[in-house]
Design a protein around this ligand. Structure first.
Ligand code: PMP
Length: 352
């Protein structure tokens, strides 16, 4: 007996991996270095007993969505939740993509935009950013005019470069793009401006967010988008029934009771990010300004891969992006706790 072959295009795609190595300082996946507050764990323990485990969860995730709608000052019908913002992106591709349709990305950017589109049997056209990684509106105009994408992805702040878009560039892309404009704001709370302020029922714009970063809940796998009610209704048509379990709905809803604590964590990370950038100033590295919880930099005295290995020898794991298209020689470090950042800064100083 032989096992059947999977669809032929799967062979072309490697999954998205970040090697997890057991080291003292792990700064490679842009997670929050701090756990959620103890008050949240206590509230969760208090309320978990009320879950009716023998029943399917609330299919509409009504309470969670209502809490998110109140948090963002939008209507419940404008909020869609899923298992991580990756699943939100997947639902967007399932609902708006498909055979014969295309999405557009501007590289270098978050690799999963293209990867998820491919898995959803949707074509991908990849434009380029300028050498300084800023969005080139001329390039956007050319790409969307030539390929008429159903989705144009932006990422703000952009992973892995750290740069954020401003209102003018998002508005300009909205004017140019024929389909939906998706602004992936997985790191939105670390930036000065959010495209959430532009969301309206009649505007083809959605903004995706996650509980994995600022809310310190990567283990929970919860993400959402805010967008026109009509788009949300279409996403509900492609999401599997009861895809959001009751525990996750509860965990997310309770997290929103601890907004002050979340903002304190964001404040600490932003201060630490500036400290890392300042420490890199006199070193032989080029670092890009970041509005996120990570910093992209390029060692100038040694190859990126060598510096990555030298840091690992010193017990510090960061992301080796040096062989990614458009990122030759670059490395990305996630902002950690002050102690982790000290360890990184010391190790980097020795390594370069
Ligand atoms: N978007 C961006 C830009 C990201 O960096 C990530 C996480 N690496 C995600 C989305 C996915 O986050 P999650 O699925 O954990 O919500």
């Amino acid at each position: 007996m032989t096992l059947p072959e999977p669809r032929p295009d799967l062979g072309l795609r490697d999954g998205y991996h970040s090697p997890q190595v057991d080291v003292p300082v792990r700064l490679n996946t842009n997670e929050s270095p701090l756990p959620p507050p103890p008050g949240w764990s206590a509230r969760l323990a208090e309320e978990v007993g009320s879950i009716e485990w023998n029943r399917y969860p609330d299919r509409q995730a009504g309470e969670l969505r209502a809490a998110l709608a109140a948090f963002h000052g939008v209507r419940v019908e404008q909020v869609f939740c899923a298992n991580g913002s990756n699943e939100v992106l997947q639902c967007l591709c399932l609902a708006y993509g498909g055979p014969g349709r295309r999405v557009a990305t501007f590289e270098p950017t978050y690799a999963l935009h293209a990867h998820i589109a491919h898995l959803a049997v949707t074509g991908v056209v990849q434009g380029r950013r300028r050498d300084d990684f800023s969005l080139d509106l001329g390039q956007v105009a050319d790409v969307v005019a030539a390929h008429q994408p159903v989705i144009t992805f932006l990422c703000s702040p952009n992973n892995p470069t750290g740069l954020a878009e401003d209102p003018a560039s998002v508005r300009a892309v909205l004017d140019l793009a024929p389909g939906l404009v998706v602004v992936d704001e997985a790191y939105g709370q670390f930036a000065d401006w959010s495209a959430l302020s532009l969301v309206e029922d009649t505007r083809p714009l959605v903004v995706t967010r996650t509980f994995s970063k600022t809310w310190s809940m990567a283990a929970a796998r919860l993400g959402y988008l805010v967008g026109p009610a009509e788009v949300v209704a279409n996403l509900e048509r492609v999401a599997l029934p009861y895809h959001l379990d009751a525990f996750k709905q509860l965990a997310g809803r309770l997290a929103l009771e601890f907004t002050g604590e979340m903002e304190e964590r964001v404040g600490l990370i932003v201060r630490e990010r500036q400290r890392i950038l300042a420490a890199m100033g006199p070193m032989a590295v080029t670092a890009w300004p970041s509005q996120s919880n990570f910093v992209l930099f390029r060692p100038e005295s040694r190859k990126g891969g060598e510096v990555w290995a030298a840091l690992l020898e010193r017990g510090v794991l960061i992301r080796d992006t040096s062989s990614w298209p458009g990122l030759s020689g670059c490395l990305r470090v996630t902002v950690g706790t002050p102690e982790e950042n000290d360890a990184f800064i010391d190790a980097l100083r020795e390594a370069v």
